[in-house]
Design a protein around this ligand. Structure first.
Ligand SMILES: [Cu+2]
Length: 334
């Protein structure tokens, strides 16, 4: 009699486990790496590695962050914008900056990882996990870097034999990341200012949608020009926003200014000193001259900025958005 009870209890337990597959021991965790950067910060991967990950129902995908990204699933709606405006002030959208939604995704409802802290040293500790309870093909994007930075999770019915196990998929991801960064390094080695006309120099901020990388440098060495030269900076990158900011004697301004709230997370003000352009067309050294936000290829807004250099000297400029990874340049006027 007692044996029969034990047997019955065991059968019930087995049925419960079978009915709730994601509580079973077979659920696996798959790693996807979000982005990547070279040691000196000059090349960024703006891709998910691997771009496509195959899992089975009940499995978990864990994104490991290697850049300033977010992981966002639209859930049948539209992805929210990166920036929201309140009067004249611009804020990083809290729907992008902070986590939204449960730790499970079946194609319904918005899910968002939030973004890691600004400091690159904090990125590797930032993780995001989602469980996938329903078969389907789920596309996700990084809202910070736009639709060109997207990935896919393919969820197969339970019992499907997958070509790779999680360890092999992690290796595949690392391999894709290395190849992406290497392609970016080759592009960086080719980077040259252009001379479209006499008295004109063009500096291009490079990125590649297909290659999945962006370069975080204006030039590889100081740009030497004659007095009276007009330099035009132009974004040719599908992912990144940048600015061209001569600070004179000031410190490089912060791009994001956190504003603590009585409750909940801080509001993330985009510093108007960085976001808005200054009016001057010439630069004689010393002062603050700023392009304002220059937008990626395909986005509405300005993509280029010009200054004519009227006095000899050596002038350092920055992109304050990417100052932490060393995005600065030097113009030497002779
Ligand atoms: Cu930048």
């Amino acid at each position: 009699m007692r044996w029969r009870q034990v047997f019955a209890a065991a059968t019930v337990a087995a049925l419960v486990l079978a009915a709730r597959p994601h509580a079973g021991a077979q659920a696996r965790t798959w790693t996807v790496i979000a982005g990547g950067l070279t040691q000196d910060g000059s090349v960024w991967s703006n891709a998910f590695h691997p771009r496509v990950v195959d899992v089975t129902v009940g499995d978990v995908v864990e994104w490991q962050f290697a850049g300033f990204h977010n992981v966002a699933f639209a859930g049948g709606g539209q992805l929210p914008p990166l920036v929201v405006e309140e009067g004249k002030a611009m804020y990083l959208n809290p729907e992008v900056a902070f986590p939204v939604g449960a730790a499970e995704y079946d194609g319904q409802g918005y899910r968002n990882s939030g973004v890691p802290p600004e400091d690159p040293r904090a990125w590797p500790r930032f993780r995001y996990r989602l469980r996938f309870p329903k078969p389907g093909t789920y596309v996700y994007s990084c809202i910070v870097h736009g639709p060109a930075m997207s990935g896919v999770v393919r969820v197969h019915p339970q019992g499907t034999r997958l070509p790779r196990d999680p360890a092999a998929v992690l290796q595949q991801g690392l391999q894709e990341q290395r190849a992406t960064l290497r392609a970016g390094e080759r592009a960086l080695a080719r980077l040259r200012p252009e001379l479209p006309a006499s008295g004109h120099v063009r500096v291009v901020m490079v990125g590649d949608a297909k290659g999945g990388y962006s370069l975080m440098r204006f030039t590889r060495s100081p740009l030497v020009v004659r007095r009276g030269t007009t330099v035009t900076w132009e974004v040719q990158d599908p992912f990144e926003i940048h600015t061209v900011t001569f600070v004179g004697r000031e410190k490089v301004p912060a791009f994001v200014i956190p504003q603590p709230q009585p409750s909940g997370p801080p509001k993330l003000l985009l510093n108007p000193r960085v976001a808005a352009p200054t009016p001057q067309k010439t630069y004689a050294g010393g002062g603050y001259a700023n392009s304002g936000i220059l937008v990626p290829l395909g986005a509405p807004g300005p993509r280029s900025y010009s200054l004519r250099f009227t006095r000899s000297g050596t002038y350092t400029y920055w992109c304050p958005i990417h100052a932490l990874v060393g995005m600065k340049g030097v113009v030497v006027v002779r």
